[in-house]
Design a protein around this ligand. Sequence first.
Ligand SMILES: [Zn+2]
Length: 400
Amino acid sequence: MRTTTYCYPWDLARLGVEETLDRISGEGFDAIDLAGTYHPIDSISPREGFHYFHSARGGVFFPASEQGYGRIKPAVHADRSVIAPWPRAAEHSAKIGLDLNSWTITLFQPWIRDAYPDTARVRPGGELNGSGVCAANEDVRAYLAALCADISGQFGTAVLRLEAVLPYAADFDWMRPRVMVAIPPFAKALSSLCFCGSCQARGKASGLDVEAIRDKALNYISSAIEAGSDIADQTAALAADAEVTAFAELHVRASIELIRLVDSSVGGKSVLATNVGNPYRELLDEARNAALYREFLDAVGQVDLSPADPAENLLTAILNAELAKPHLLSTLCTVSRLPEPTVVTPAQRVAARAMAFGGKLPGLQEEVNRGTREFSLYNYGLITETEVRIFRDAIAALKC
Ligand SMILES: [Zn+2]
């Protein structure tokens, strides 16, 4: 069983690049997933003290090249010590036989949205989404293609983990949300549709009446909020509406096209991996979803599964098994948040962590049974050695 661990460059910088990579390798990990780009964050690292890191709008956390980018230039983090680990990690990991992967946040980049507002996703009501940019936008595509080629070319990364090439379901960012009404699943999927200039143009080029689609979406969302739940007959009508479904499908296809562009830009030097978190799944029938998921699998060389969506994992694993040469399935492992530290004894803490790794549904063994051959521990700097030991024990107990 392969194992990897996610890590932030700022934690690596603080803990010592070479020493930490040696420790990670010594603990049996095959690779480190080092963040090359990141979204907004407030993080606490409990390692060697109590350390806080903050980035309000996300950014780029490796020393990006000056050349090769188009209109969107990488917003490299101002503190050079935070980005310095990348070249050292590349050099040292190669020396000790640890794979270096780039954990690459793609669309959830509010800093791009702020600097280039025309690249932002646009909500059905016409407002710019606060969290990120659209896969259909040509400048966003060119930027991500250049970014991935830059990382792969500079550091010889084994895998580029492209996080969320499909946008997250209509969300409310890292802000403090004020959403006092229930937005049921079908309404939420509709509110994830993007009406940016690029998506509108793509819709119109496909012969769709984009404004009519927008009206249908807004009317439905209002009705569902008023009703407090999805409305069966209206849901069925929209799910059978050829224009709405075609528009949703265009959104998924935009992300597939993005992956293909990145792939040609990277030129086979790194394996591309992605998760298939699809916010439009509710809008499409089983056959259309399966066809689109197959296209996703065709576009990548590895698939990352998230414990957040067991149904999606199952569909992906089934389709993956049908490939002539199935991709490596990799599953993210994360620990639940602990109860208040004041009421937790060390023994309770170990039990809670073991439960989080071993008792969660679907458990790790179930993931193995469905085809997972790699587990990725989230996230080295945010947990203590106790969690690493529990994770290693859980992995050692798996049967495959
Ligand atoms: Zn768009």
